[in-house]
Design a protein around this ligand. Sequence first.
Ligand SMILES: *Cc1c(COP(=O)(O)O)cnc(C)c1O
Length: 365
Amino acid sequence: MTSDQLVAVPETALPTLRGAVTGLPSYVPGRRSAGADIAALASNESHYEPLPAAVAAVAHAAGTMNRYPDSAAVELRERIARHLGVTAGEIAVGPGSVGVLQQIITGLCDAGDEVIFAWRSFEAYPILVELAGARPVPLPLDDAEGHDLDAMAAAVTDRTKVILLCTPNNPTGVPIGHERIEAFLQAVPSSVLVVIDEAYVEYADAGSGPDSLALYRRYPNVCILRTFSKAYGLAGLRVGYAIATQAIAEGLHRTALPFAVSALAQKAAIASLDAGEEMAARVAAVKLERARIAAELEAHGWTLQPSQGNFLWIRANEQLLATLVDAFNTAGIMVRAYQGDGVRITVADPASNNRVLRLLATHTA
Ligand SMILES: *Cc1c(COP(=O)(O)O)cnc(C)c1O
């Protein structure tokens, strides 16, 4: 027998994946933008190139990639801590805030423990919970596309370990107000970790969402998640972080994959924080565009919830969704369609946004 012949083994004797894994949706690679005429509006990325200081930092660090990165990310954690007015011991970093969230769930949940989140919200939530062997408890959004915090508080059981709040919510753009979260924190047991996922916080108007750091200081069961992937434009480098009590932050380090955040990512994140004003100017431009296209869409008869993220949400029944998906595909505009719910469109440069407006002007809600 030659080495490339398969050994005959009955199917039942082959290695099998866990049920939690086979039950997950299979990975569908996003269509990459393959030419100048494709508008990439499906992933809420920044359409700007990375900040020049971040590119320079990566170029400078490239010569050291024969070495492992600092697994404790000391310099980055100190820089983030200074940015926020907390201590480095209260910061845990990971490969994107999705990576940090996986550390949170595996760090807190035993098999069968429950994680409550709103639905529809960020797609990674149920996947990470299932992967950890925990139980997802999704609760429908309210009529205004926001979190139904009363229902979420009522869903807490003695198996609940983590609650995920996404503000502004991906994909609907609706924030959760400060007072509402504070009342929620008073209603839920202090033994439950309440994660406030603020992936889009830089795009939110002041006062629209919570003062999450103030809540964190008052409620030690609060954990804040932030990322460099969205407004800072480093989606491809993979770096995000949590702000949590020292005890939780330390636990997150322990559950982390060793060396998950590369030295290049650490350096780029530091340089990006140093270039905060440049980032803020870019964010301001996106917010102006967000207001402009929302107003034009409403003038065309579309009903939108005011979005606090760098994206707009159009609720659509099955038929409308199919029509829109078809039209966007034909026009070479990549958007994110959610079966049964609607479509999310990233706000980008004026030219791309105008293509979206032209397309939607020819359809009606
Ligand atoms: C994009 C996004 C994240 C962050 O993703 P990373 O690239 O892993 O940092 C986290 N939460 C929400 C709600 C998001 O939309």
